[in-house]
Ligand binder design. Structure first.
Ligand SMILES: [Ca+2]
Ligand SMILES: [Ca+2]
Length: 211
């Protein structure tokens, strides 16, 4: 191959690589079974009331099929925790299964101040469990009678896989329908692509030297 043709081929592969790296995967709504949620050990002493009656599970937090889904408050859809003391709350641990560049939080709150969630303290961690950052959110009351999510733009926690959320109510009550996240899969260039590029550049340099 001539140096010119080699350089042209390299440009094409660089272009392909650039497009690959820049191509957005498209914002995804992360819900079950893509992600999982569990009650964290940081949960304060308190009562889950009717939350787990009749075999219901904590997956009620992530069962909305889409970010704009409407949910009605009943025992099969909501979570209700009452802390023993003011300041106590419910800890939830989310795992997205891989890194995502999160851009929106969706929160389906209860519809009245007497039971709604007043504050959520989030902490974000990457796939290696390195701390990325924290965020405190005061969600609005849910809409009534059908509860729709409040969408809250997040300052892009990049490559987040694990999220801890601590939910509290000023009157000890924590009642809500769902917590959701939207984002794009974090794209990390394949090591093999980087090695191939390095080999190509080295080859081009040696050809130039020979000329
Ligand atoms: Ca739900
Ligand atoms: Ca409240």
């Amino acid at each position: 191959m001539s140096t010119e043709r080699f350089a042209a081929a390299l440009c094409v592969s660089l272009l392909a690589f650039g497009l690959l790296a820049a191509a957005p995967a498209g914002a995804l709504y992360l819900n079950a079974p893509t992600i999982s949620v569990e009650v964290g050990p940081g949960t304060s002493p308190g009562s889950f009331n009717n939350t787990f009656d009749n075999g219901q599970t904590i997956d009620k937090v992530i069962d909305a099929p889409s970010a704009d889904a409407e949910e009605f408050h009943n025992q099969t859809t909501h979570i209700w925790f009452t802390a023993d003391e003011v300041g106590g709350g419910l800890e939830l641990l989310f795992d997205f299964g891989q890194g995502y560049d999160i851009d929106t939080l969706h929160f389906w709150n209860y519809t009245s101040e007497s039971y709604d969630v007043d504050d959520v303290a989030f902490s974000f961690y990457d796939p290696s469990n390195n701390f990325l950052g924290s965020l405190s959110v005061q969600p609005e009351l849910g809409s009534s009678p059908g509860i729709l999510a409040q969408d809250i733009a997040l300052i892009a926690p990049l490559n987040a896989q694990f999220v801890t959320a601590f939910l509290t109510g000023t009157n000890r009550q924590v009642d809500f329908q769902n917590i959701g996240f939207s984002g794009e899969e974090t794209i990390i260039p394949e090591p093999s692509t980087a090695i191939l590029l390095g080999v190509g550049l080295a080859g081009l340099a040696s050809r130039s030297r020979r000329r």
